[in-house]
Ligand binder design. Structure first.
Ligand SMILES: Cc1cc2nc3c(=O)[nH]c(=O)nc-3n(C[C@H](O)[C@H](O)[C@H](O)COP(=O)(O)O)c2cc1C
Length: 368
C-alpha cells in the first residue's frame, strides 16, 4: 500500500467522527488544509500501477478516442499536476484547471484559506475555494511538456477572470485558450456561470454575447471541441434556451454540472450529525455543495439535455458530473444519455476504499 493510499484509508475511518464531533470551525480549518496536502501528495508520488481500461470501455467523441468513459472533474488538478497519476490509474482522459488569465490565490475568510469540508456520512462536501490557480499560461506551459498517450486526451477547463466580462477579459481568455491549443490540448471545458432559470432574459443576453465572442474568436477558428459547464441548479427552461444556442454557435457539448447552492433543499440529504458543520459552512462561506445530493438533479438534467440536443443537427455531447461514486452511478449517467462522466467528491471516497485501482473497480461495476 502506498503512503497516499494508507493516509486516505486512515482518514476515511476517522473522518466521520472528526466532522461529527469537532467544533465546526475546527473541521473546516483542518480539512481545508488536509485537502490541499493530500492532493499534493497524491499527485507527486508515483502511482506504482499502470492500468489500461478494457478496450470495450473506449468511446469516440468528435473523432477523439477516450479509452474509458470516466475522468476527473475540473478543479482537481488546477495546476496541471496529476497527469501521470490519472493515466496510470486508468482514467479515460485528463482534465486540467479551471484556470483563469490572472493567477488567483483563492478565498480566505476567518483565517481559513480555500475553505472546504467533507460530510463523509452524507457522501458530500462543501467548498468555497475561489478558483485558486496559477493562470492559463503557466498550466499551458506545463501541459506542453507532457508525454502523450494513445486514447488519453487532455482537456483544459477555463474561465473568465471572475467579475470581469469586459472585452479585455474575453481577449485574455481567448489568448489563454490559444496557448492551451498550442500546447496540444484536445478539448476545452468553459466553466460558465449561467442563469439558472429560463426567465432570466438579461442573464441570457449577457451569456449569449460572451459565448458568441468566444465562439467567433476561438471555437470556430481552432476547431477544438469546447464544452460549456453549467451548474446542476440550472432549470429545464434554461437548458431549452441554452442548448440550441450552443449548437448554433458551434460548441461541442455541455457538462452538467457544477456544484449547487441550494442549501435548504440539500439540507435533508446531510446526515443529522453533520448538519452543524453544514450550517456553519453555508452561513459563513456559502460555497458549493458536491457529491451524492447532486446526482438526482444531474441525471434528470442530463436526460433533458440529451432529448433537447437529439432534435438538433450536430455532434453535441452531454457530460455528466455530480454524485458519481460507483459503477451503478456511472451506468445511470450513461443510460441517461451522457457520453462521458466525471467525478470529484466520489473519486476521493473511492480512493480511500480502492486506492489506485479505483477506476478499474468502478468500470468493472458498471460493466464497461
Ligand atoms: C474542492 C472542489 C473544487 C472544485 N473546483 C472546480 C473548478 O475549479 N472548476 C469547475 O468547473 N468545477 C470545480 N468543482 C466542481 C466539480 O468539478 C464538480 O462539478 C462538482 O464537484 C460535482 O461533482 P462531484 O459530485 O463528483 O464532486 C470543484 C469541486 C470541488 C469539491
Amino acid at each position: 500500500m502506498t503512503a497516499p493510499e494508507f493516509l486516505a484509508r486512515l482518514d476515511a475511518s476517522l473522518r466521520p467522527y472528526l466532522v461529527g464531533m469537532l467544533p465546526a470551525r475546527a473541521s473546516v480549518a483542518f480539512y481545508s488544509w488536509a485537502r490541499q496536502f493530500a492532493l499534493r501528495m497524491l499527485a507527486e508520488r508515483e502511482c506504482p500501477l499502470a492500468i489500461e481500461p478494457p478496450p470495450t470501455a473506449a468511446r469516440v467523441l468528435w473523432g477523439i478516442r477516450f479509452r474509458a468513459p470516466l475522468l476527473n472533474a475540473a478543479g482537481m488538478f488546477k495546476h496541471g499536476e496529476g497527469y501521470e497519476l490519472a493515466y496510470r490509474q486508468g482514467a479515460g482522459a485528463y482534465l486540467a484547471g479551471t484556470t483563469t488569465a490572472r493567477p488567483r490565490l483563492g478565498n480566505v475568510r476567518r483565517g481559513i484559506a480555500q475553505p472546504f469540508v467533507p460530510y463523509p456520512r452524507s457522501r458530500a462536501a462543501s467548498n468555497w475555494l475561489g478558483l485558486p490557480n496559477p493562470g492559463h499560461r503557466a498550466v499551458a506551459a506545463r501541459i506542453a511538456q507532457l508525454p502523450r498517450y494513445e486514447g488519453f486526451p487532455i482537456g483544459a477547463s477555463v474561465a473568465l477572470d471572475p467579475g470581469d466580462d469586459s472585452a479585455a477579459a474575453l481577449e485574455r481568455l481567448v489568448e489563454g485558450m490559444n496557448r492551451y491549443a498550442d500546447a496540444g490540448v484536445d478539448f476545452f471545458e468553459l466553466n460558465e456561470s449561467c442563469p439558472n432559470t429560463g426567465e432570466d432574459q438579461r442573464g441570457f443576453d449577457l451569456l449569449g454575447v460572451r459565448l458568441e465572442a468566444i465562439a467567433q474568436q476561438f471555437v470556430r477558428p481552432s476547431g477544438k471541441p469546447t464544452l460549456v459547464k453549467v451548474s446542476v441548479d440550472v432549470e429545464q427552461g434554461a437548458l431549452e434556451r441554452l442548448i440550441p444556442l450552443l449548437v448554433e454557435l458551434g460548441y461541442a457539448g455541455i457538462t452538467i454540472g457544477n456544484t449547487s447552492t441550494r442549501y435548504e433543499q440539500h439540507r435533508a440529504a446531510i446526515a443529522p450529525v453533520e448538519r452543524r458543520a453544514y450550517s456553519y459552512f453555508t452561513r459563513t462561506f456559502g460555497g458549493g455543495i458536491s457529491g451524492e445530493p447532486l446526482r438526482k438533479s444531474m441525471l434528470h438534467l442530463v436526460e433533458s439535455a440529451r432529448t433537447i440536443a437529439a432534435g438538433l443537427p450536430s455532434q453535441f455531447h452531454v457530460i455528466a458530473v455530480g454524485g458519481i461514486a460507483n459503477g451503478e452511478h456511472l451506468r445511470q449517467a450513461l443510460t441517461a444519455g451522457a457520453a462521458l462522466a466525471q467525478w470529484y467528491t466520489g473519486y476521493f471516497e473511492r480512493f480511500a476504499h480502492d486506492g489506485h485501482r479505483l477506476y478499474a473497480r468502478v468500470l468493472a461495476e458498471a460493466g464497461a
